[in-house]
Design a protein around this ligand. Structure first.
Ligand SMILES: [Zn+2]
Length: 489
């Protein structure tokens, strides 16, 4: 027992210098990253007409212009929207031609009528594709191949992203095309939360979002929700078009006042604020203003006079007693108190240029404790008999008391998860947000055969609530190196 204690003590002293509290730093602006290049997003269009429909005002040339002409700043321009809403970082083009003239196929008239869409639309797509192949179409090299029907009437959808970089629409409707291309570019629906507290009253957000209804398309301020407006700044971030130096991460334990600039352009200051509440969890704050062709808000609209707050990428309603979400943003002078972190977010002022917000410290007294399993960071795969080094971080909310984490000095791998032998004799007390570096010896068991293993032994790290996290061990057990015949003479 005594020798074990000394070993723990030595390890503790050795690693205590790399003890890094999460909330030690104040507001941190992310590192600047150069993403000024425009990505040419290559689209083919295949137009499919039916035996009982006629092409009226949707000639191929009109559709080509709406899809590809970025210079056409009219409301119907798909390319124009995507260019404006991604700060010019995505430009819709063809593969064979910038203006799409060599990438649009059809109209092709197929024998079917425009009915029975649910059971026939995949066949219609195949027929259109076969026609296009005869005209030289080759799907390799396109980011999306877009199939457009000439007014299929009973699909039950306006359009959808099929997967495999295909999409289909029942009609050519620019807003819908933009929405489905958004899916293929990697973003999901813009949803909202409608929440009640334990008394059944509507509240902006429920602590554990257990009593929150997730409303599909519920965010009215995003084309991935209900209206043809710019993507929310959350979705722009997912698209990878928001430079890191436009994001402000608030992890501070002191009170602060912050400026946020309209997200529609990234000329000035900060365009996205992340307010951390516990571990990796955060709210996002967004400011919108009337801008360009598509963020055509009125100066009196709620959204351009307030701050939109989202949690888990879902809009939360600062005025939950009204059934609509158009008034979801926090208005001037209003405050939002987050139960979990004890933080208060207040909107101090708004003008055409920027909004000013005050954000209070993480509050250990007024916050609510919520436990999470610890986070494992900085571990790597290793070979036979290696020592693995890793960092664990306490992810509990700030109001929680400190937790004890037990870490094994050695783990014996036998090839069977249940038989993994874990010797736990390092312990450390970490408060919320704190992290510490450790090492563990990995030993092959007697019955272990050579090969690759992935192990998730539990109880390696455990905090006082009983949450545990399996340390993922990527283990390559190699045969011992034997003398080569070359060395025998
Ligand atoms: Zn969708």
């Amino acid at each position: 027992m005594k020798s074990k204690f000394i070993k723990v003590l030595i390890i503790f002293i050795f690693f205590s210098f790399i003890f890094i509290p999460l909330f030690k730093t104040g507001a941190v602006i992310g590192l600047s990253k150069n993403i000024s290049k425009t990505k040419l997003y290559k689209v083919a269009i295949i137009l499919i007409n039916f035996s009982n429909t006629t092409i009226t005002n949707n000639s191929a040339s009109i559709i080509r212009e709406k899809m590809y002409d970025v210079s056409v700043n009219n409301y119907e321009s798909v390319a124009g929207f995507i260019y404006e809403a991604t700060y010019g970082r995505f430009q819709i083009t063809g593969k064979n031609s910038i203006n799409g003239s060599q990438d649009i196929y059809g109209w092709y008239t197929i024998p079917d009528q425009n009915i029975n869409c649910p059971s026939h639309h995949l066949d219609w797509i195949d027929e259109g594709r076969n026609h296009a192949i005869l005209d030289g179409f080759n799907e390799n090299g396109y980011d999306t191949v877009y199939y457009v029907f000439n007014g299929a009437i009973d699909c039950g959808w306006e359009g959808y992203a099929i997967g495999g970089n295909k999409a289909v629409s029942a009609n050519f409707w620019s807003a819908n095309i933009v929405h489905e291309l958004g899916h293929n570019m990697g973003i999901e629906h813009a949803n909202s939360y409608r929440c009640t507290n334990s008394l059944g009253n509507f509240v902006p957000y429920n602590l554990d979002h257990v009593n929150c209804q997730d409303i599909n398309y519920g965010d009215p301020f995003d084309i991935m929700g209900t209206n043809w407006l710019h993507y929310s700044v959350n979705n722009k971030l997912k698209l990878g078009v928001v430079p890191m130096n436009k994001i402000l991460n608030i992890t501070t334990q002191s009170n602060g006042q912050y400026d946020i600039y309209p997200q529609e352009n990234i000329i000035n200051g900060v365009n996205l604020i992340k307010v951390y509440t516990e571990g990796d969890f955060y709210f996002t704050l967004e400011f919108r203003r009337p801008y360009g062709v598509w963020d055509n808000f009125l100066n009196s609209d709620f959204v351009v006079n307030g701050i939109s707050i989202r949690q888990n990428n879902r809009l939360i309603d600062m005025h939950p007693l009204t059934s609509i979400f158009d008034d979801a943003p926090l208005a001037i002078g209003e405050s939002y108190f987050d139960q979990l972190s004890g933080r208060t977010i207040q909107l101090l002022s708004v003008n055409t240029n920027k909004a000013i917000i005050s954000i209070s410290a993480l509050d250990q007294i007024n916050g609510v404790c919520r436990r999470h399993g610890p986070k494992l960071e900085n571990y790597s795969s290793f070979n036979n008999g290696s020592i693995i080094s890793f960092k664990i971080r306490n992810q509990d909310s700030i109001a929680c008391s400190s937790s004890v984490f037990n870490i094994p000095v050695s783990v014996t791998i036998t090839g069977n998860d249940e038989e993994d032998y874990v010797e736990v004799d390092q312990s450390v007390l970490l408060s919320p947000g704190e992290s510490m570096q450790f090492q563990t010896n990995i030993l092959p068991g007697e019955s272990l055969s050579y090969g690759l293993y992935n192990h998730y032994p539990c109880n390696i790290i455990q905090n006082i609530t009983g949450n545990c996290v399996g340390l993922p061990i990527h283990y390559n057990y190699m045969p011992p190196i034997t003398q080569s015949p070359l060395f025998l003479n």
